[in-house]
Design a protein around this ligand. Structure first.
Ligand code: PEP
Ligand code: MN
Length: 339
């Protein structure tokens, strides 16, 4: 059940509701929003009786929840979650945020070149994998700790926010100390111990959809993170496995409005990993913007043909500039602000 407080309810009234929840042996999760606070109840095995709550001062209504996810529900925060990283606001309807950078951090020089370019383009968040989840053990596995140091250093020097993947619980502390956003990759979307661990992290989480995950499984994975206490979660559609063999994956744009109807969490699209071919990144990116995505994650590096991972889907600087140029009029027509 969710307890929705009246707008302007006093903090003591919110606390009184939380106390009542604790008295029943359950856990309250208060989520203050722009208009009002909603309080999710977890730990209950069956339905919770709404009557005692409806009688409390400041309570507007109680909403029963039948699904396994509660805290991600739009009713918890109807205006949508906004995640702030390094002065860049993601989510909330108007912002359309670009996260860009190479698949893998390969060297300081590569990251400096990318950072300078992206800064000039107005991009605020730099990506780069240090720990790479590779299908083959013989493929480049990432620079690991050295990659984290490079990303942190370059991000700081160029005033960019940063994001990198964390593959296991043991690496969370180090990644948290080096990056602004923790990425959970598609292959780890249901790594529940990792989800629990990043639920305790102080940094926002960028959760990529598993390659065969349903909407429900995706939202339940996010629920793990919110349940741990970390409410700063961004979802990302990165393509799913289908029978189609003309592309690496199939970008499932239909999940964007579906997530937005059910959940307050921002939803990004990653056209690079979805399509797998750089020439099709631009049309897929435009389609994601048109479908209402909150932003994009795009792979870009100076020399994609010699990239150590995902070169075929990675844009060069010229392609990226063209992409931005084609997104701008579309964003403007849709009332979206590229940041
Ligand atoms: C990545 O972003 O580099 C990545 C490995 O993505 P995914 O988990 O979506 O495959
Ligand atoms: Mn990649």
């Amino acid at each position: 059940m969710l307890v929705v407080m009246k707008s302007g309810a006093a903090p003591e009234q919110v606390e009184r509701v939380c106390q009542e929840i604790r008295t029943l042996g359950f856990t309250p999760h208060a989520m203050p929003g722009a208009g009002r606070t909603a309080i999710g109840i977890t730990g209950n095995k069956g339905p919770v009786n709404a009557l005692p709550f409806e009688a409390l001062a400041g309570v507007e209504q109680c909403i029963p929840v039948t699904k396994g996810y509660k805290l991600v529900l739009r009713e918890m925060k109807p205006e949508g979650t906004r995640v702030q990283v390094n002065g860049c606001e993601m989510g909330g309807g108007t912002n359309f945020t670009l996260i860009a950078g190479p698949c893998s951090v390969e060297s300081t020089q590569q990251m400096e070149t990318v950072a300078k370019f992206l800064k000039d383009q107005g991009v605020k968040i730099l990506r780069g994998g240090a720990f790479k989840p590779r299908t083959s053990p013989y493929s480049f596995q990432g620079l690991e700790e050295e990659g984290l140091d490079i990303l942190k250093d370059v991000g700081a020097r160029f005033g960019l926010g940063t994001i990198t993947e964390v593959m296991d619980t043991g690496a969370v502390e180090a990644v948290e100390a080096h990056a602004g956003i923790l990425q959970i990759g598609a292959r780890n979307m249901q790594n529940f111990s990792l989800l629990k661990r990043v639920g305790k992290a102080a940094k926002p989480v960028f959760l990529k959809r598993g390659m065969s995950a349903t909407l429900e499984e995706f939202l339940l994975a996010a629920e793990y993170v919110l349940h741990g206490g970390n409410h700063n979660v961004i979802l990302c559609e990165r393509g799913v496995r289908t029978f189609a063999d003309h592309a690496r994956n199939t970008l499932d744009l239909s999940i964007i409005p579906s997530v937005q109807k059910l959940s307050h969490l921002p939803i990004f699209a990653d056209p690079s990993h979805a399509i797998g071919k750089r020439e099709f990144v631009e049309p897929m990116a435009k389609a994601a913007l048109a479908a209402g995505a909150d932003g994009l994650m795009v792979e870009v590096t100076p020399d994609p043909d010699h990239a150590l991972s995902d070169g075929a889907q990675t844009l060069n600087f010229k392609d990226f500039e063209r992409l931005l140029k084609s997104l701008r009029p579309l964003a403007q027509a849709l009332g979206r602000k590229i940041n």
